[in-house]
Design a binder for this molecule. Sequence first.
Ligand SMILES: [Zn+2]
Ligand SMILES: [Zn+2]
Length: 247
Amino acid sequence: MEPATVVHLLYAVLLVAVSVQLSSFATSIYLHRSLAHRGLYLNPVVAFPMRVQLWLATGINPKEWVAVHRKHHRHTDVEGDPHSPVLEGLWQILFGNIYYYAREAHKKETVETFAPDVGNGWLDRHFFRYGLLGVFCGIAICMWLLGPVWGGIAFLVQAGTYIFFSAVVNGANHALGSRNFENTATNLQIVALLTAGEGLHNNHHAYPTSARFSIRRGEIDPSWIVVKILSWLRLARPLKLAPQLES
Ligand SMILES: [Zn+2]
Ligand SMILES: [Zn+2]
């Protein structure tokens, strides 16, 4: 392999890793804990770059994401759940989560019923609601950084990895792993380390509004570390916290 190709490959791998992690933290901290469940206050200085990251790297419409997610909590693993491996099958969710998500996100009734309070600001109506515009800007930035070929590949790989991580949380975390509480979700620490804490899903379903997903000694919630640092900087404030288990 030519030295120039190796350098491009290394930059592409770095861009993918950084983008996937930034998107994961933005999803867990901003979209999930703050916007969907209102368990965390975020200063706009922190929330805004998280919104931009999600818009550029994933094209997610926050209003739709929150609506689909709240509906998942309302009907967890029973009829009405948008993406349940119990209803649809684990493999279907692991490799088809994006289809199940999009099917629900495009239902006007779901969005109006479950997220009337979200995504109504000026920036939402003019920018963040238009996911494709964000994705085109994201592709352009990647191509500007790495050239058209490597930039295009890097964008696709980071988007694909993010989509797969989301599918793992929606699929594996309702099928495999351990439980602290009696609900159909599970904890998978390895998934939590890859997805900014989302893998502690059994804890989350027990206390959906908690800003902290770890609940007993030994559990690691990467987003909680970031939230603690942001709290020290007075850029975030947990509003609700689950009680910690003794053992
Ligand atoms: Zn769930
Ligand atoms: Zn949730």
